[in-house]
Design a protein around this ligand. Structure first.
Ligand SMILES: Cc1cc2nc3c(=O)[nH]c(=O)nc-3n(C[C@H](O)[C@H](O)[C@H](O)COP(=O)(O)OP(=O)(O)OC[C@H]3O[C@@H](n4cnc5c(N)ncnc54)[C@H](O)[C@@H]3O)c2cc1C
Length: 323
């Protein structure tokens, strides 16, 4: 496989001071693309032990001069300073809402191109990057490439399995940044972290258990199965509109788009507005009392039954098998 000679720069995210799982995935992908080493750029205090475990040789820490990294203009200009310092062959980020905006701003500043929601990246014979992504609500698989300037690619969480490649603790390089008036114009006056609970964030989870109208207001069986298998909990719009679960759990056209390895839907009919946000899931399991429910047309495994009975049976069987 062809690899790049120059380093790949990865914008790494942290949550509660720790490197996030999607950033570990992007670092794994970056290592596969280059023989020139992986450099990270961190906009908050870097988690050096985790970066060392993921083979990062150097971490660039831009001086934000007290500005907030949540402001996209601040983040993009800080990453631009890291690009100028590192001269990488490509920049990779996590394809979160924030990551996509930073990717777009960075590419605009560089006069190059950005590809977001990537599910895979390879190096072509001409050293260009061939990027795969699904489009049109997960119905088409495409490949694309940035044809001008430094490629900026935002990679969708769960597209890659994170693999560690332990090395020495990375060197930390502080870089100054000349912020524009636009970046300096926003001041963050307060922050209220969204309560995360113990489960993985929906957009990053490899396994998601979803409840629809069929759970009839009771998410306890969905949550019990999710906790048993280390999954995130999602919902249809009916369930969130009814107030059975927070709106942040809504999957679909007007909610979160997910592409987990495993989707388990309980009491979900499979309406197009919902499936638009989950049909890229690798394996789909559906539990529904109606054998004619549309979700069975896309399910790899369909169980005709009452979710309130089937899910607890699954939990019981899993516990039995684990001894
Ligand atoms: C503009 C627009 C945007 C929308 N955006 C979204 C979106 O982002 N996300 C989204 O989800 N929806 C969205 N919707 C709503 C969407 O069209 C559907 O109404 C919704 O997804 C249906 O949710 P549901 O499957 O929970 O409910 P239903 O369609 O009512 O299906 C409930 C299912 O549960 C089954 N069931 C009943 N009892 C049980 C039981 N005990 N055990 C097992 N199965 C049982 C039934 O057989 C049925 O198939 C949108 C709609 C519009 C108009």
């Amino acid at each position: 496989m062809t690899v790049l000679d120059a380093p790949v720069l990865v914008v790494v995210d942290h949550a509660d001071g720790a490197l996030t799982a999607p950033s570990a995935e992007v670092l794994t992908l970056a290592r596969s693309l280059t023989s020139g080493g992986v450099t990270a750029v961190a906009l908050t205090a870097p988690d050096l032990p985790a970066l060392a475990r993921h083979g990062v040789g150097e971490v660039v820490v831009p001086d934000l001069a007290g500005l907030a990294p949540e402001v996209a203009a601040v983040a993009a200009e800080a990453v631009l300073a890291a690009v100028e310092r590192t001269r990488p062959a490509a920049v990779l980020l996590v394809s979160s809402f924030a990551g996509k905006e930073v990717a777009a701003r960075l590419a605009a500043a560089l006069g190059s191109g950005a590809i977001v929601d990537a599910t895979g990246v390879e190096v072509a014979e001409d050293d260009g990057l061939v990027v795969s992504k699904t489009v049109l609500q997960g119905t088409w698989e495409t490949t694309c490439t940035v044809t001008r300037g430094l490629p900026v690619v935002a990679v969708k969480p769960t597209s890659v399995d994170a693999v560690e490649a332990p090395g020495a603790e990375p060197a930390v390089v502080d870089v100054p940044v000349e912020f524009s008036a636009a970046a300096k114009a926003v001041r963050v006056v307060s922050r209220t972290p969204h309560p995360r609970g113990g489960r993985a964030p929906l957009g990053e989870a490899k396994v998601v258990v979803v409840g629809g109208r069929g759970v009839d207001g009771d998410f306890s069986a969905v949550e019990a199965l999710a906790d048993e298998i280390g999954a995130a909990v999602g919902a249809t719009r009916v369930a969130t509109d009814e107030g059975w679960i927070d709106h942040a759990a809504q999957i679909g056209q007007t909610g979160v788009t997910i592409a987990p390895r495993l989707y388990i839907g309980a009491g979900v009919s499979g309406a197009i507005h919902h499936t638009a946000g989950m049909q890229a899931a690798e394996t789909i399991v559906a539990v529904n009392t109606d054998p004619e429910a549309p979700i069975f047309e896309m399910a790899d495994l369909g169980i005709v039954g009452d979710a309130a009975q089937v899910l607890p049976q699954a939990v019981e069987e899993l516990r039995r098998l684990r001894g």
